[in-house]
Design a binder for this molecule. Structure first.
Ligand SMILES: [Zn+2]
Length: 70
């Protein structure tokens, strides 16, 4: 049996689907799209951490220059 996936806008086999809670109530969504979203969020988080670390490094470098310790 196929279920309509609100994320893809098409139907997938039921065994590939998960019933998830959304603001609008319980809806069927495929595991593939759930995993893809999880992965992209993790990648975005990793990128954000890298940017934060680079900014911290840059600001400490600037502070050292200002303090005359470099
Ligand atoms: Zn889907």
């Amino acid at each position: 049996m196929e279920r309509y996936c609100y994320h893809c806008g098409r139907s997938h086999p039921e065994e590939e689907m998960r019933l998830i809670q959304t603001k609008g109530g319980a809806r069927w969504r495929c595991i593939k799209s759930i995993e893809a979203t999880k992965k992209s969020v993790a990648e975005r988080d990793a990128f954000g951490k890298k940017v934060t670390a680079a900014n911290a490094e840059l600001s400490s470098y600037r502070m050292k220059i200002r303090a005359g310790t470099l």
